[in-house]
Ligand binder design. Structure first.
Ligand code: PRP
Length: 218
């Protein structure tokens, strides 16, 4: 339920959450409770700042924000594009940089060039659908997987994959390569549409402070 006393943040578990906390410390937002690695608590409060933080699975962050269970979320652009929620995307936080790409064995490049009816395995079916159907106008069969996507072309499940490429080492170690680039990705801050109006001053100050901290880093 909405509680305007606190500003509530949903953070995607893992690397993004750690990087977010580092950045927040630079603008004076801390949450000591959250640093305890052994804790099983799910929600952490900073009473002085009237802020609450919780960790969730990355794909759930836009859901919490759309429904107002969190005012603000920190999540990868990949998740924002895949989940298609009604939320405002307000800042590029600059970390978690990587690319969404079509990848596969070198030979599959021809199948893409000739718009063949191929199978595409991915954890991001909405992004794959938008890219192949709306941008490339190529009819493909999209197969949803939940991880280790690089396996799909190796074991013959699909001709290509749509997946995140960061260093490129997973592709290289499995004899695959980037065939087409879909878009750049990085961590973004997202805001609930009602919170943006109801808590405008607090949220706007947070956005300004973050922008200044990111400028100083450059
Ligand atoms: C991601 C992504 C690639 C890999 C890319 O997978 O899906 O597999 O990282 O990184 P690289 O270019 O630096 O090698 P993740 O580790 O999140 O696990 P998953 O495959 O189970 O989704």
């Amino acid at each position: 339920m909405r509680d305007d006393k606190y500003l509530t943040f949903a953070l995607g578990k893992g690397r993004l959450a750690n990087k977010t906390l580092e950045l927040f410390e630079k603008i004076g937002i801390t949450c000591e409770e959250m640093k305890d690695k052994d804790t099983r608590k799910l929600i952490f409060v900073n009473e002085d700042l009237k802020m609450r933080f919780f960790l969730s699975k990355g794909p759930d962050v836009p859901t919490y924000v759309e429904y107002g269970a969190a005012d603000i979320g920190i999540v990868g652009r990949d998740t924002i594009l895949q989940e298609k929620r009604n939320i405002y995307e307000v800042i590029d936080l600059g970390f978690g940089k990587c690319r969404m790409c079509v990848c596969g064995p070198k030979e599959a490049k021809e199948l893409l060039n000739h718009h063949e009816l191929i199978r595409v395995a991915t954890k991001y079916p909405e992004i794959a659908k938008d890219y192949f159907y709306n941008k490339k106008h190529q009819t493909v069969e999209i197969i949803k997987l939940n991880g280790s996507i690089e396996l799909a072309p190796i074991v013959g499940l699909s001709e290509v994959i749509v997946d995140i490429v960061e260093t490129g080492s997973t592709l290289k170690e499995n004899g695959l390569e980037v065939l087409e680039e879909i878009c750049p990705l990085s961590a973004r801050m997202v805001v609930n549409q009602v919170s943006m109006k109801m808590q405008y001053d607090r949220i706007n100050k947070l956005i300004m402070d973050l922008k200044n901290a990111l400028e100083d880093k450059k």
